[in-house]
Design a protein around this ligand. Sequence first.
Ligand SMILES: Cc1cc2nc3c(=O)[nH]c(=O)nc-3n(C[C@H](O)[C@H](O)[C@H](O)COP(=O)(O)OP(=O)(O)OC[C@H]3O[C@@H](n4cnc5c(N)ncnc54)[C@H](O)[C@@H]3O)c2cc1C
Length: 414
Amino acid sequence: MDTDPKRIVVIGAGFAGLWSALGAARKLDELRVPSDHIEVVVINGTPYHSIRVRNYEQPLDDTLVPLADVLDPAGVRHIPGTVRSIEPHNRRVGYDTDEAPAQWLEYDRLILAAGSALVRPAIPGLHEFTFDVDTFQGAARLHAHLLELCDQPPSPGRFTVVVVGAGLTGIELAAELPARLRSVAGEHQSDTIRVILADRSPRIGQAMGGAQPVIEEALVAQGIELLPGVSLDRVTCDSVQFAGGKLIDAGTVVWCGGMRASPLTAQFPVTLDPFGRVPVDAFLRVDNVPGVFAAGDCARLLIDGERPSVMSCQHGRPMGRFAGHNAVCDLLGLDMLPLGIDWYTTILDLGPWGAVYTEGWERRLASQGAAAKATKRTINCERIYPPRNGSRADLFAAAAPVVQAPPYTVRDAD
Ligand SMILES: Cc1cc2nc3c(=O)[nH]c(=O)nc-3n(C[C@H](O)[C@H](O)[C@H](O)COP(=O)(O)OP(=O)(O)OC[C@H]3O[C@@H](n4cnc5c(N)ncnc54)[C@H](O)[C@@H]3O)c2cc1C
């Protein structure tokens, strides 16, 4: 056997990257391969695993998991750094750290799991004046701004928040905002609060199948104004304008206009999909790029053999577990495992009203209100977290290349 030290490099420690690294470490442990023979190294922009799906909530204190807590027990090295370039022909990645720019790390197998970021089109004022909940930092900035509203001089839109983009993120955020604004504005100013959810599509929640009427009902019941069929034209520090001239005084505008894969995907000689994702096969190997795997929002996998994976935590976590496992198997000449998931669910938080749970790609309504909310809390606060007790055995058990059952809920028909 070749005994030269080998290295598996993972870019990113989000849902896909963290589970890629743990999946690889688990398989090496199972095979009794010492870490001085094959090491697993993660390069991530921060020293944290961010539970990004919770960024519409407050408080966010519990959403940053220190990488040391979950990677050290598994024997995975982690570098806080930003990958700038990938050279697949030389099998190396270039990255910067705060201490030292322009470093290189060679790999034997690479897993690209650098995720996605909010798309920001060139709409006047969008960069300067909008907030977002795409990252922990973005969500913290929005929260700090809301807390300062009371200190601002009275103005027509002081307690008006316009959320632009009514995808899942925009809906979840809008549903939280009335209660958050009430706690900021206080009782005496609560009648000046407005939360408006705007979107291009003809109906809010258009793509949500059987959940669409539930979403409208829940938002309206919480006093949220729905503004479908509008296109954003311009944002200023105190207003938002839509095509056709509709102008709203608003002290806060939050942009929730969709995600695009990390620009690192463009470093490979492959055709990217419309979201900027690299195509991968059922083993998570990037098409025609030897030694490279991809997982999560960076990768487009036919998840059930027919439909493309969705940029989601739901798909990112299993993609990571299988990518890590397969990177080790590929390196050692062992059989790899194909990933296929034959179920799909959507569980959307609707604030204090509850939540809504759908099944299948056509989104059949399964449960709503308090029952769906209980499921959502279990997902956001337990299911998607890595074990945080420092146990190597627990981390490896959670990283096994298996497909979990759909989240449990008490069905409307039960
Ligand atoms: C508010 C909100 C709510 C959501 N709700 C849901 C939901 O209910 N269900 C669901 O399934 N999905 C949801 N999503 C989507 C989900 O968060 C993403 O699909 C998921 O985070 C993708 O995981 P990932 O690991 O591929 O990428 P990410 O979570 O984006 O992680 C990527 C990691 O890579 C790092 N990174 C990026 N570039 C570099 C680089 N150049 N060098 C080094 N490190 C880098 C980043 O710092 C980050 O740690 C939500 C998203 C948001 C914003």
